[in-house]
Design a protein around this ligand. Structure first.
Ligand code: PGA
Ligand code: ZN
Length: 417
């Protein structure tokens, strides 16, 4: 039986060249597993807390020397000698060692860094992909990708209020076909933006950043790009959005700066419903504020039978928040970001309850991502219905799509035997 011999943490860079935490677990066999922890710029209030140095003299306060010290002096002594296969026990120990409801003592970055590196080390030791290790070789299907196309809100530069405009291939026979659809729409959109001379620079998630005269204009642009790429909107390709409404929900009102108007929850729901009537929208993430429960209940009643309503800031990958959401019939799908909760085991139990409740399961990157592709393995292993890895741009996103392609090959090989 292998045992954990050493745990090494270090500072590395993420996709925005900000500092983040890497953890490496070394087994007595010499085998190693690693993880790099992403972070976001539009965090939900209820997500687990990461430990940062907040020392303005180093990397604008983003340094993680404190988290590194926690891994080396608090976590490592407890885990040394344990089996890397004891994931549940290790995660329970990490949760107990932290002792807070939001992981603020040890930090969700230190905790998830260790939790995921342990799983990766166990997978390497067994000569398996993380996907095979976590699913015990049972993974069978590929999630449907959500491709980011236009960025706004906190991911944009003041160009509009909504955070992310996306497309989803609706009838792709397999992953490669879905990627082809995403790529074609992305190219058509770029050509459209170039022809209009409105800029083809991209955001941290790879979406284009054109100035928009209204939030609706983002949908209109995508519709045009889908047509130009030769697809039929609503048949071949659906529209989707991460509205990230919490970011413009203040004092009980939705403040649409791009349109110079402020709406009550009821009026904003009417507005969202009218968008759904006029555009082939198949999914909306965080259409309302994270604590606007009455709004969520009303919106789910109104649109839940028609489109996928995904809770990201609403649930923050937190089981207690999610169970409350199920009981109140809020949303019909959940966004899963392991670093919002902090351990692999908690991520797995959340997915299990989402499946039991009949909710969609969307595994998602953060906006400050890394080259770590574990999320692709976890999405396939845990039978996610969709994945949100960003645009068809930049290696931190493409690496995750590439990992899906590898996993698809491995599943086909296993089924051929
Ligand atoms: P993030 O959020 O910028 O905090 O990663 C992305 C999202 O809202 O899905
Ligand atoms: Zn979101």
């Amino acid at each position: 039986m292998p045992t954990i011999m050493d745990i090494r943490a270090r500072e590395v860079f993420d996709s925005r060249a900000d500092i983040t935490l890497e953890v490496e677990v070394v087994l007595d066999s010499g085998k190693r597993g690693r993880s790099i922890i992403p972070t976001g710029c539009s965090k939900g209030k209820h997500e687990a807390i990461e430990v940062r140095d907040n020392d303005p003299r180093r990397f604008s306060g983003q340094g993680v020397l404190r988290a590194i010290d926690i891994v080396h002096t608090v976590i490592k002594p407890r885990l040394r000698g344990m089996s890397p296969y004891a994931q549940d026990e290790i995660d329970r120990m990490l949760i107990a060692l932290d002792g807070t409801a939001n992981k603020s003592r040890l930090g969700a970055n230190a905790i998830l860094g260790v939790s995921l590196a342990v799983a990766n080390a166990a997978a390497v030791h067994s000569n398996q992909s993380l996907c095979d290790y976590v699913s015990r070789g049972q993974a069978k299907s590929m999630p449907q990708p959500i491709f980011s196309m236009l960025s706004g809100g906190m991911h944009g530069d003041g160009n509009c209020d909504f955070q992310d405009y996306q497309v989803i291939a609706l009838n792709a026979a397999h992953l490669e076909a879905a990627l082809q659809v995403g790529k074609n729409v992305h190219m058509a959109l770029k050509a459209l933006l170039m022809a209009r001379g409105i800029g083809t620079g991209v955001s941290g998630t790879g979406g284009f950043l054109p100035p928009l005269s209204s939030n609706e204009q983002g949908l209109a642009l995508l519709l045009e790009a889908i047509g130009k790429a030769g697809y039929e909107p609503g048949v071949d390709v659906g529209l989707s959005m991460d509205i990230a409404a919490e970011m413009f929900f203040k004092d009980g009102r939705y403040h649409l700066a791009a349109e110079g108007r402020t709406l009550t929850t009821t009026a904003f729901i009417d507005y969202l419903a009218s968008l759904c009537e006029r555009y082939p929208i198949v999914l909306m993430e965080d259409p309302l504020g994270e604590d606007d429960f009455e709004g969520w209940i009303a919106l789910t009643r109104r649109l839940g039978g028609q489109i996928e309503l995904v809770g990201d800031d609403l649930f923050t990958t937190n089981l207690a928040r999610f169970e409350q959401g199920i009981a109140l019939k809020m949303a019909n799908s959940i966004l899963v970001k392991p670093n919002q909760v902090g351990t692999l085991s908690e991520t797995m139990s959340l997915v299990a309850s989402a499946k039991a409740a009949g909710y969609g399961v969307v595994f998602s990157r953060r906006s400050d991502e890394t080259e770590d592709t574990s999320i692709a393995d976890l999405a396939v292993a845990l039978n996610a219905t969709k994945v949100k890895f960003g645009s068809l741009a930049r290696t931190e996103a493409m690496g995750k799509y590439n990992q899906l392609l590898r996993l698809q090959d491995a599943i086909a090989d296993a089924q051929a035997v």
